[in-house]
Design a protein around this ligand. Sequence first.
Ligand code: HEM
Ligand SMILES: [Cu+2]
Length: 580
Amino acid sequence: MAATVEAPATASTAPIPQVVARRVDPEPKGWVSWVTTTDHKRIGIMYLVLTFAFFLLGGIEALLIRLQLSVPNNDLLTPQTYNELFTMHGTTMVFLFVVPVMAGFGNYFVPLMIGARDMAFPKLNALSFWLLVAGGLVFYGSLFFSPPECGWTCYSPLSDNDYLPSGGVDAWIFLIHLTGLSSLVGAINFYATIANMRAPGMGWGRLPLFVWAILTYAVLLILALPVIAGAVTLLLTDRHFGTHFYDPGNGGSPLLWQHLFWFFGHPEVYIMVLPGFGIISEVLPVFARKPVFGYKAIAASTVVIAFLGLLVWAHHMFATPSPSLVLIFFMMSSFLIAVPTGVKIFNWIATLWRGTIEYKTPLLFAVGFIGTFLIGGITGIFVAIFPVDWQLTDTYFVVAHFHYVLMGGAVFAVFAGLYYWFPKMSGRMLGEGLGKTSFWLMLVGFHVTFLVQHSAGLEGMPRRVYEYPDIRDLAVLNMISTVGAFILGLGILVTVINVLISVKRGAIAGPDPWKANTLEWFTSSPPPVNNFDTVPRIRSVEPMKDIRRQVLAQTGGVVSSAQPTPVEAGRMAAHPGADA
Ligand code: HEM
Ligand SMILES: [Cu+2]
């Protein structure tokens, strides 16, 4: 934008509790303005760029791991390097990619979807981002001395000073503290924003499903993060200040670490996948050209999954000594989660059912998500049966299971979100050809990589080992898995290239390229600094449909009782394909 713009001081059909910006500052330029920004959209973009960079780093680490495992008795990597790599890979994917990438989408889209001008606390929002940067720097700084070797769970006693005196574990602890604080501050901000800054008429029953998901994500973060922060603080004092919280020789207990870790760690799984579910619930109805089936059931199941997710942490500890009553409790409560999850999957399929489906890339990723996540959910039932888990725990079956959940629940959903929302963020479309190529490579590569790992696990291949003997089918299964990983990597690379090309040269998107339902499509692409000139009154869960209907009624000569404002009409006139 060139100079200060005079926004028309129109009123919508209802009083607007927000200040209508009369004077809009021009968009600031230069890198200093990015570093100092408090605009939720810029912060959202910085989050997305940073977390995708970590995704690529974690991906390179994964490929190195797979190269080492491609043949039996390989000595490409030393055992120590291997341990460091899988620790960095798991930690990076969980703490530096999947969790913060959801905050990236949340930052950009929650205010737009609820009709707000920014997050509730813009400066805290910037703080969240910079704490994430700090966490990433501290952790990757350990590359220059000695990265941790304790896996992303850093179980005690392995993480004690006696076994791993290296500073890498301390770097890991600081990563948890810094990214945890980042997420905690961000979560409080999301909560405050969603609770207080919704457009007039947007009651809880009209909140977009993605916003419901982010709200639940925020509440889970607020409940789970203090536990892990406490746990790693105890680890730090054990390591350096002579306490013995996790030291059985002095009255401590390594099991305490596992309880604290998984009391956080299991909800963390839902922290990673619930926003993904939210993205899917936005994408499916748009490309099926049908209202989402069972809005209330989907919103409610999100909350129920989060609640149950807090009860089941010890299903990660079935192999530790526990009374059978405890095992049965954690088994049954884990089963219960299948109920609300099934409700969601049923509703998603019902949304697609008899829809007028448009096979665009976001839809492909969303459908790929459903299949992949379903398989991950089904293998989850196996490992939730504790006698079965006794056989499978710490084998590649578990590795396969959680990659199905995380790829399905998070990565495919993130890619669906990227292809769906990129036009809003950049003003340009991503290429469809490259998008579809990327999707098929990723889908095929993913299943080739991880499906066979179930078999490898059943044949006894333990996880977290740097080499394995040439017995049974392990050689061929691992080779298949490694080939799949490279196909998957190629698929991801195609999307990276697509983004790089389209940022500059993609087709111009216009405000509402998909004819979508939620409010972010009401403003221009990319949105101006103040997001909206006028915030419309919300009358349903699909405000954009209402607005299109109003405009149609008006331009069709029919006198509508609810007249759109001149601003709304102008917007819609710029978008001739609008229909009801
Ligand atoms: C790009 C495709 C990926 C490949 C080829 C891959 C491969 C691997 C491999 C080989 C391991 C080591 C398993 C072991 O030795 O126990 C591993 C561990 C892990 N991966 Fe991935 N991975 C990929 C993507 C992801 C993603 C997207 C996530 C998270 C969203 C993720 C999260 C994890 C976690 C949490 C671990 C456990 C690390 C640990 O045990 O400490 N991975 N992955
Ligand atoms: Cu769990």
